[in-house]
Design a binder for this molecule. Structure first.
Ligand SMILES: [Zn+2]
Length: 402
């Protein structure tokens, strides 16, 4: 903690430099520039950085401490959601906080992880241990470019002991995250002027019939229960929104020739997202057949849920490290959103979200991070890497999402 607090100004300056690099996604700008800043900072910290150049402007920044076979991953993303105001790209430090776009989600968290990795080395890592850092550029739009590349290029070692990501958990341990499924359903008809309405096929009226069975489906999913602990104020069910966006037609006096609606779901770790996709698709197709409607279904997002149970030794150890650093009992919760933990969970690595920012200010106009939280989280990462890599993990169980 002393090692970290001695570098408080450096850490705040790095957060400010990263915030000033406008990596808004969409559209995904500023990524090569931000990767260069990260490379430079990691180089100074001795984290052996390299930049992976992917198609277009996509970049992944990798780094490591040590070169042993026993691995813990620190994973983050340097893209941010679009700003509400361009002033958000000028970080403001004061009152123990740094305010600006991405401070909570998750450039502040990246700085905690980088200084945590450097602090872990300063406190002595075992010969056979290694911290591997992965920083990706497209988490806000599904991670398939950055994390998808790491996964498919075999750069996520399934034998790794654990993975941590410093997303905006507010120092709660997210040992599970929801899965997501997004669809856009287009109902086709034939347009015709109101004076000759009999010649048309009304896609809106067909859409009503196609969407109707999804109401009962959404109710059924919201009645499902997760065994993971949810945050206060969050529901234990899986959530499905029908018609979050909808529309179509060309004018009030024309039979609509095409109408669309969206379906968006957030599923508990116990659910099989692919199976739910099949169910939803079948409900829509059957209703369309019955109504004589023609539909096209575009799947715009599929993200598997992830979860590590509280009795996994990787979870127990993380809880202990949090208590040792903060002096308070660790809290474990299910994250209401998706996390990049899923890419690691899918190959059996216990994976957790734990970061300094607050969920409730992320993506908003007043996004900030507490500096004291940046330091505590860095200390937890350092301590966790150290204890985990010194741990006798001969009988370390694989993780498999229930
Ligand atoms: Zn994030």
């Amino acid at each position: 903690m002393e090692w970290i607090e001695d570098r408080a100004d450096e850490m705040a300056e790095l957060v400010a430099r990263l915030v000033a690099c406008r990596t808004e996604n969409p559209p995904g700008r500023g990524l090569p520039e931000c990767a260069a800043i990260l490379h430079d900072a990691m180089d100074r910290l001795g984290l052996a950085p390299e930049i992976l150049v992917l198609p277009g402007d996509a970049r992944v920044v990798r780094g490591a401490v040590g070169d042993g076979d026993r691995i813990v991953y620190f994973h983050g993303h340097f893209d941010v959601v679009p700003a509400q105001d361009p002033a958000q790209f000028t970080a403001v430090r004061g009152g123990g906080r740094i305010t600006g776009r991405g401070t909570a989600d998750m450039k502040g968290g990246i700085v905690s992880m980088l200084y945590g990795a450097a602090a872990a080395r300063a406190s002595g890592l075992p010969e056979d241990g290694r911290i591997v850092i992965h920083l990706v550029c497209d988490e806000e739009t599904g991670s398939t470019v950055g994390s998808g590349y790491l996964r498919h290029a075999g750069l996520i070692d399934p034998r790794a002991l654990a993975m941590l990501t410093a997303e905006q958990s507010g120092e709660v341990i997210w040992n599970a995250a929801k899965g997501a499924l997004s669809l856009r359903v287009t109902v086709h008809g034939r347009s015709s002027h109101v004076g000759q309405a009999f010649k048309g096929v009304n896609s809106f009226l067909h859409m009503l019939k196609v969407a109707a069975p999804l109401e009962a489906y959404a109710e059924e999913m919201s009645d499902r229960r997760t065994a993971y602990r949810v945050s206060p104020g969050e529901a234990p069910g899986s959530m499905v929104v029908i018609g979050g966006k909808s529309g179509g037609g060309s004018n009030f006096n024309v039979v609509p020739g095409s109408t669309y609606f969206t379906v968006d779901g957030r599923f508990n770790p116990e659910e099989d997202v692919e199976a739910e996709l099949t169910r939803i698709t079948r409900l829509i197709s059957e209703a369309a057949l019955q109504a004589g409607a023609e539909v096209t279904i575009d799947v715009t997002q599929v993200a598997a849920p992830a979860g590590t149970t509280l009795d996994h030794p990787a979870a127990v150890l993380l809880g202990e490290c949090v208590t040792e650093v903060t002096g308070a009992p660790a809290r474990f919760e299910l994250c209401a959103g998706c996390l990049d933990t899923r890419w690691y969970d899918q190959v059996g690595i216990p994976a957790f979200g734990y970061g300094p920012g607050l969920f409730e200010v992320s993506h908003g106009p007043d996004e900030y991070v507490e500096e004291a939280a940046l330091h505590r989280v860095a200390a937890v990462y350092a301590r966790y890497a150290n204890r985990l890599l010194h741990h006798d993990s001969g009988t370390w169980p694989r993780n498999s999402t229930p």
